[in-house]
Ligand binder design. Structure first.
Ligand SMILES: CC(C)(COP(=O)(O)OP(=O)(O)OC[C@H]1O[C@@H](n2cnc3c(N)ncnc32)[C@H](O)[C@@H]1OP(=O)(O)O)[C@@H](O)C(=O)NCCC(=O)NCCS
Length: 165
């Protein structure tokens, strides 16, 4: 199979935001709304959004994170359904982690649904580990969140992201 050609850029304009909202709606049971993103985008020094582009798709995926001191908090990451399982999510997260390092980040954290095995495997491969649980954090359906962290060295450790169930 020929690898899909894609590239990653910071969110540029309203059309990109439209694309992000489409990917949100196709990926999550309680997607972030336009108003939530508008609020986020008022503070571009904290809120960073990167989009994945292909020749035929302006926004094939995206990742939104906050930069807080020397940490990034990854709030949302998603790839359009037709573009999944081709390495794009992995490429996007590598890109985001490298960009965050350039901005001075040393650690990364995110929350993931306990049942989201695919995402957990992806994070574990990138060196994220389980640091805690937020009980009943998610709705639609109600479910625990696992709190993952990744340190600067990216070395997986005892509580790797798939070791809790
Ligand atoms: C989680 C998500 C972002 C991953 O994106 P992705 O582009 O599918 O990720 P990748 O392709 O890099 O890796 C996913 C799988 O595809 C496999 N894969 C990677 N490259 C591949 C290729 N060239 N051919 C076939 N499979 C491949 C990986 O091995 C991985 O397999 P796994 O199921 O064993 O982990 C995506 O599934 C998604 O948007 N899910 C819905 C939203 C979501 O759950 N977001 C995370 C919230 S915390």
């Amino acid at each position: 199979m020929v690898a899909m050609k894609y590239w990653i850029e910071p969110l540029a304009d309203e059309r990109d935001l439209e694309g992000v909202l489409e990917v949100e709606a196709a990926s999550f049971t309680n997607p972030w709304t336009r108003d939530m993103y508008a609020w986020e985008l008022q503070n571009r020094s904290v809120c960073h959004i990167y989009v994945v582009r292909t020749e035929e798709c302006r926004v094939a995926g995206f990742c939104a994170f906050w930069l807080v001191f020397d940490e990034i908090h990854i709030n949302n990451v998603a790839i359009r359904p037709g573009y999944r399982a081709q390495g794009i999510g992995t490429g996007l997260l590598h890109h985001v982690l490298a960009a965050a390092r350039q901005l001075g980040a040393r650690r990364a954290t995110l929350e993931v649904r306990a049942s989201n095995e695919g995402a957990r495997r992806l994070y574990e491969r990138l060196g994220f580990y389980v640091a805690g649980t937020r009980r009943n954090y998610y709705t639609h359906p109600v479910e625990d969140a696992l709190i993952l962290w990744r340190d600067e060295d990216g070395q997986p450790r005892a509580g790797a992201a798939t070791s809790h169930s």
